[in-house]
Design a protein around this ligand. Structure first.
Ligand code: NDP
Length: 337
């Protein structure tokens, strides 16, 4: 049983010293337990926060502990009522091949789910995040303009597509021409601007003749700087993530613009609200799942996944995710299905 444990807390970008690969004997399920074999491990930006011990909404992974992560697994052996060998489950087993479970926090996906890995993406945490953040905090109305960055990732792509279903104009921001082309051709966005382009700020301005009513914040940094002047009166800003800042080790150089920002919020009566998906919206998950299933079945939502083989690839794949090396939802195939 291979496990990646946290070896040291990274300063800046995680590197080869951050995690340590350990091998243990295969655990044996006792009465009331099952042994789960990981098939898919989800890679998500929040994992960077769990490697650090800075104050956060969730406790950090302790040194020497298995790195956390959402997993889709199969039941290898079971002495737990309700779970049989071969069943697929959604669990939180982290970066390892096998894990014992007493069933707490485990969701049964059945014996033959059509797209098991989607439970980590469009039908799981990222999809739910997009749905709740946009609809419950963004509160879009037909004809409004939505801007979302990380526009081809699992959260951003879903935000934009739901925005189109709601009748909004959707402007994406993504890294590179290929991702922008995907947002226009496959996701149905009205415009998509490459944040790496030299003319980024001007191109964004041109794409926003009517300003921004909802800015769904995924990245922060220079993208937020470019967006802020375009926010309309009564704009809503669901603050979902700040991925451009996760590896940053110090505050940016001045001048301090906090006063200016507060003035903008005041004069334009802007609402900004941070949220942590399951802490804030867990009871709405069934409503989301029903609506999203309908949209996927009718082809109104397009979902792109990037599956990488091998648990040993997980750290490189994760570091790449934080600076845009992924194209779609990044998942590690840990073991055969
Ligand atoms: P993505 O798969 O979209 O990966 C992150 C993307 O961010 C990269 O692919 C890259 O896309 C973009 N990015 C990275 N650095 C920068 C930068 N400096 N400037 C602009 N863009 C950058 O991730 P997810 O869809 O899984 O997550 C999106 C956001 O949602 C994250 O901030 C995450 O932390 C947050 N989140 C929050 C939750 C909550 O409960 N609040 C729950 C789930 C996710 P590109 O190449 O296009 O720039």
């Amino acid at each position: 049983n291979r496990q990646f444990v946290l070896a040291e807390r990274p300063v800046g970008v995680p590197n080869d010293d951050t995690l340590r690969l350990e091998t243990t004997d295969l655990p044996i399920a006792q009465e009331g337990q099952m042994l789960l074999r990981t098939v898919f491990l989800s890679l998500d930006p929040y994992m960077r926060g769990r490697m650090s011990d800075a104050p956060s909404y969730a406790p950090p992974v302790k040194l020497g502990e298995v790195m956390v992560g959402g997993t889709v697994s199969r039941v290898h052996s079971s002495k737990l009522v309700g779970f049989s060998e071969g069943d697929w489950v959604l669990s939180f087993n982290g970066w390892q091949d096998y894990a014992l479970s007493d069933g707490a926090g485990v969701t049964l996906l059945g014996s033959n789910p059509a797209q098991p890995s989607w439970a980590l993406g469009i039908m799981g945490m990222p999809g739910f995040t997009a749905w709740a953040g946009l609809l419950k905090i963004g509160m879009p109305k037909a004809g409004e303009t939505i801007v979302v960055a990380a526009a081809t990732g699992p959260v951003g792509s879903t935000v934009g597509q739901i925005g189109k279903i709601m009748g909004c104009r959707v402007v994406g921001i993504a890294g590179g021409a290929e991702k922008c082309a995907h947002a226009l051709e496959h996701l149905g966005f009205d415009a998509c601007i490459d944040h790496r382009s030299e003319g980024f700020v001007d191109e964004l301005t041109k794409a926003l003749p009517d300003g921004i009513d909802i800015y769904f914040e995924n990245v922060g940094g220079k993208v937020f700087d470019a967006v802020l002047p375009h926010l309309n009166a009564h704009a809503r800003v669901p603050i979902c993530g700040m991925v451009s800042q996760y590896n940053v080790t110090e505050l940016p150089d001045g001048p301090d613009r906090m006063g200016w920002l507060m003035g903008q919020l005041l004069r334009k009566r802007i609402t900004m609200r941070g949220f942590i998906i399951f802490d804030d919206f867990a009871p709405l998950y069934p409503e989301f799942a029903k609506e999203m299933t309908g949209w996927l079945d009718s082809g109104r939502i397009h979902y792109r996944e990037e599956i990488i083989d091998g648990l040993e690839q997980a750290l490189d794949a994760f570091v790449g995710l934080l600076h845009g090396a992924n194209f779609g939802k990044r998942v590690i195939r840990v073991g055969p299905s």
